[in-house]
Design a protein around this ligand. Structure first.
Ligand code: NAP
Ligand code: 8YV
Length: 324
């Protein structure tokens, strides 16, 4: 006979939205650990864990140390921290939190783009420092959104929501994915360099994978050109940050707006030193509204898996994994 939900052990790994442990505790036995290190769990506990809720990295060693593990519910649509391929080989389900954050992240991308081009944070600093009174008007911004041609690297859920917003602002839209999106009217470019060469505003919103690692490199930035603006709302690993800092410093491109970095929360000094880089601390989805919706989806995936034998939002690598 299968264990009642209240007897099942779910491991909460690392700091998570408070709603997750609170809601899980109403249904399951919850155990918390600071990070996904098997050495932090006794052998007796490792033998009991059936599910994981996490935002922290979950690697093959942790998965292999939990013989009864069935599901890893990851917080975030990007699940680059979870070894989903290994989970699939162990018939462990992995879920993420798509859709519920799409519009929020697209809003943030637009805010970041406008701030990068129109220098809104710097203009506010000018006011707060009393310089409007002592020195007069803030400078006219050399850059504008008017007449810009946008290129989206990653025309998925969030990429499309960004494109719709940019269209409303009057920008032309083109994109690069590995495959064209059927029925989508925007211009498709089969290479990222080709896309960068055809636009002056490149917005990256691709997952952090082996195939996207450092894809935005010196060559792509060169193709984007001296009026170029680069925005990254996807993953820092998709950018060669050294090449980006050089391109911003020597005028290869005009400006960049970055919400994500390769080694968060550490931001390279070369980027911090640049006046033409707008830098945000990974806040794409960071409203109470959206983080609560993501937290609920993490919990609902675990409940659905254990109560109904199916996940709500499986990642593609484990879509075939069956319960029991
Ligand atoms: P999605 O719907 O899966 O879209 C991803 C897109 O990237 C797809 O169109 C895919 O098209 C394209 N892609 C993947 N690999 C590629 C490659 N090697 N070359 C070219 N295109 C590639 O995902 P989403 O929901 O839009 O989320 C996208 C990413 O945004 C997440 O994975 C996450 O890393 C990031 N994100 C960041 C924040 C934040 O707070 N900053 C918040 C949410 C999400 P093809 O498969 O045809 O290539
Ligand atoms: C989250 C994200 O903030 O969903 C994603 O992929 O990057 C963000 O929404 C992140 O996963 C947790 O910090």
């Amino acid at each position: 006979m299968s264990e009642p939900l209240s007897e099942m052990t779910v491991l909460v790994v690392g700091e998570l939205n408070k709603r997750i442990p609170a809601r899980l505790a109403e249904r399951f036995r919850v155990v918390r650990v600071d990070r996904g290190d098997p050495a932090l769990l006794s052998e007796e506990l490792r033998a009991k864990v059936r599910g994981i809720a996490a935002m922290a990295p979950i690697d093959a060693a942790l998965i292999d140390s939990l013989p009864k593990l069935e599901i890893i519910a990851s917080f975030g649509v990007g699940y680059d921290g979870v070894n989903a391929r290994h989970a699939a080989t162990r018939k462990v389900m992995v879920t993420n939190t798509p859709d519920v954050l799409t519009e929020e992240v697209a809003d943030t991308a637009l805010g970041l783009l406008i701030n990068t081009v129109r220098e809104l944070s710097r203009a506010e600093d000018w006011l707060r420092q009393g310089r409007w009174i002592s020195e007069g008007h803030y400078r006219l911004t050399p850059l504008t959104l008017r007449g810009r041609k946008a290129g989206i690297f990653g025309m998925g859920r969030i990429g499309l929501a960004i494109a719709r917003r940019l269209e409303a602002l009057g920008l032309s839209i083109a994109y690069h994915n590995r495959n064209p999106v059927e029925g989508l009217g925007y211009a498709y470019h089969p290479t990222l360099k080709g896309l960068a060469g055809a636009v002056d505003t490149l917005i990256a919103v691709v997952p952090g994978t082996v195939s996207t690692a450092r894809a935005v490199n010196a060559e792509v930035l060169e193709a984007l050109g001296p009026a170029g603006v680069f925005v990254n709302i996807g993953r820092g690993s998709t950018v060669d940050e050294q090449a980006l800092a050089r391109a911003l410093a020597d005028g290869t491109i005009a400006a960049a707006g970055l919400d994500v970095f390769a080694d968060e929360p550490n931001v390279p000094q070369a980027l911090l030193d640049l006046p033409n880089a707008t830098l945000l601390p990974h806040v794409g989805s960071a409203s109470v509204h959206t983080r609560d919706a993501m937290a609920d989806l993490v919990v609902d995936n675990l409940v659905s898996w254990f109560a109904e034998g199916r996940p709500l939002t499986a990642v593609p690598e484990t879509a075939h994994v069956k319960a029991g």
